[in-house]
Design a protein around this ligand. Structure first.
Ligand code: BG6
Length: 617
């Protein structure tokens, strides 16, 4: 999954603004980058393997001419290893057209063979270079304009794409199109822009236009012409993005991940506090929620689907739904659902969680459920994303842009939204009384001030001590029970994602049935042992680890001497109701992974091989 930024303006030189936008997209892919501008019937192209900083050095050594339009790209390799020649943008072999692409052209090999037979030459291993030559082929063969050539070429393409095409043959013109990969158009008085997501353009505009699947558009400095999937001109309302440019910046933090970990108390307030009545104990979602009380009363089961960190919040969502609304549920990796047998979708609600709203597996699963007659509630963090637009109902988490590749505040926002959803359904179905609703919502409001302690120096000192030790091991186990089991999974994922230390999350009761064989002096266990129905069992599990000389890093409430007695390292957390403890307990585990990765000198915001959301299956 890659990042695209492009502009066509009335300004003298737009390249530096385009590169500023590209840098906010680096979390989408960071193995090579490039930029191209038109100038006097020529395309000027600069590409470099590595981070955007390598491209900036190239531009210092070999400057581009000033230009009022430009296309730029940062890459996450799918076809063709990271290298200068596989970096985007790609030109056709006549160097008349240049293109940037995010997605996968599945039938590129056969198209390439056909174009080679027609005399086209290729200088890279990418699927993208095939597409730009196919556009050139159609433009020349049919003597048509660039937009028509793009439309003809895309008719032959199978796969996912978001593209921006530019050619000095048609100055002051960008052609954009998308299927399945995200692309937004930014509107302003002195130019039009396109990008893979909104944060890339917030320094230029906050007015956006969404391209639906299969649509294309012609961008000129003063106007955008939209075309539907059949190539007919169409219109659409633009919308105003609530995010500020500052939100998309690091704000003085060394890493986006640390900034986003520390934003979580605000995420709680922004996602929840204007969505419930303290007096009635009722949750009020926006009209976009779209599911009526009757819909909720008639439910027989809820299916949760997601990928990555969102999958862990989905597991907790299922538990919260059983606890607060007595609705049975299942939770699947969206990628597993696609090939599962067809079951009756009647009286079933499917909840899809996705921070980005663009993860290909989750979107495919959504469309598969809808094609089977089912209905989707999307829980998502990105206004205007594909999930937000195509789901039958929507709950937005108001986390602001999440830039760190390892998800933190979005997970917290999802747990907050799921807690509200469970109360809402529990109230609608009469499983929760008004008083119970009031108490649960009171607990949520009371949680905010309790979170601040997690960022205090003395708590951080405990995290750093445990991290210094953990940075020295090669493998470990995270254990939790009940509501804390998904947090054990999430803690393990965070450590894997950013420190590259092998870690597994396990339901603690399962330890004796296998993983206990791994316990040894150099194989630590991170145990989540906060008060609740599984507390005593967790204490026993920690004793079992210590009996085999295993080191224990324990998450426990302040002053809990029983847990401290079993722990080599103690991560103190505030004492909160059991159902809210996952939102608290995940924070020291995020901080632990951050400190371990820091100690190991890892690239925390852009860990190797990962990308923020994977828009290809
Ligand atoms: C991965 C990200 O690519 O996708 C994870 O690195 C994320 O952080 C996962 O949890 C799912 O993404 P989303 O946007 O669907 O929640």
């Amino acid at each position: 999954m890659c990042g695209i930024v492009a502009a066509v303006t009335t300004r003298d030189d737009i390249v530096s603004e385009v590169l500023t936008g590209l840098k906010t997209l680096e979390y989408r892919g960071y193995d090579s980058a490039g930029v191209a501008v038109p100038d006097q019937n020529q395309i000027h192209l600069r590409r470099r393997m590595g981070k955007i900083s390598a491209l900036e050095q190239e531009l210092k050594d070999n400057a581009l001419p000033k230009a009022s339009s430009a296309v730029a790209h940062t890459r996450w390799a799918t076809h063709g290893a990271p290298s200068d020649r596989n970096a985007h943008p790609h030109m056709d072999d006549a160097k008349e057209i240049v293109l940037v692409h995010n997605g996968i052209i599945e039938n590129y090999a056969e198209l390439r063979a056909r174009l080679q037979a027609d005399g086209h030459e290729f200088s890279s291993d990418t699927d993208t270079e095939v597409l730009v030559n196919l556009i050139a082929f159609h433009r020349r063969k049919n003597s048509i304009d660039l937009h028509q050539a793009v439309q003809l070429a895309l008719k032959e393409v199978h796969g996912a794409y978001a593209i921006v095409v530019l050619s000095p043959l048609e100055p002051d013109t960008l052609i954009v199109a998308r299927v399945d990969s995200p692309l937004v158009v930014g509107l302003s008085e002195n130019g039009q822009f396109a990008a893979s997501d909104m944060p890339a353009l917030l320094h230029l505009t906050r007015e956006f236009l969404i391209l639906e699947n299969g649509e294309s558009a012609v961008l000129r400095p003063d106007v955008v012409t939209l075309f539907d999937a059949d190539g007919n001109p169409t219109q659409r309302e633009s919308f105003f993005c609530e995010w500020t440019p500052e939100q998309a910046e690091k704000g003085g933090y060394p890493h986006f991940m640390l900034k986003e970990i520390e934003e979580q108390p605000d995420v709680l307030a922004r996602t929840a506090f204007d969505r419930f009545h303290d007096e009635t104990g009722d949750v009020i979602f926006e009209p976009a929620f779209a599911f009526s009380e009757d819909d909720l009363i008639g439910l027989e089961r809820i299916r949760f689907m997601a990928m990555g960190t969102s999958f862990h919040s989905a597991l907790l969502g299922q538990q919260m739904m059983a606890e607060l609304a007595a609705v049975p549920g299942t939770t699947l990796n969206a990628s597993e659902f696609l090939y599962s047998p067809k079951l009756d979708e009647a009286n079933t609600l499917t909840v899809i969680l996705s921070q980005s709203g663009e993860t290909a597996d989750s979107l495919r699963a959504m469309r598969e459920v809808q094609s089977r007659g089912g209905r989707i509630l999307g829980i998502c963090n990105v206004q205007g994303s594909t999930l937000a637009r195509e789901a039958d109902g929507l709950v937005l988490t108001h986390c602001g842009p999440e830039v760190g590749v390892a998800s933190t505040k979005a997970f917290f926002g999802q747990l907050t939204a799921l807690y509200l959803l469970a109360i809402h359904i529990g109230r609608a179905r009469g499983h929760l009384s008004s008083k119970q609703g009031r108490d649960l919502l009171h607990d949520l409001r009371a949680l905010r001030p309790k979170l601040d302690g997690l960022f205090h120096a003395e708590t951080q000192a405990c995290v750093k001590a445990a991290a210094d030790y953990l940075a020295g091991v090669s493998s470990c186990l995270f254990l939790g029970r009940g509501f804390q089991f998904p947090i054990a999974l999430e803690g393990a994922l965070k450590l894997k994602e950013i420190s590259y230390i092998h870690a597994e999350g396990y339901p603690a009761g399962e330890m004796k049935h296998g993983p206990i064989a791994l316990i040894a002096e150099d194989f630590p266990v991170i145990a989540i042992a906060t008060p609740g129905r599984t507390y005593q069992k967790m204490l026993s599990n920690m004793e079992e680890v210590r009996a085999r000389k295993g080191k224990v890093i324990a998450v426990g409430v302040h002053g809990d001497t029983q847990v401290q007695a079993q722990a080599d390292f103690f991560l103190p957390v505030p004492d909160v109701p059991e159902l809210l403890a996952p939102m608290v307990n995940v924070i020291p585990l995020q901080q632990l992974s951050y400190q371990v990765a820091l100690k190991l000198g890892r690239d925390i915001d852009q860990p190797r091989n990962l990308a923020k959301s994977v828009t290809v299956e």
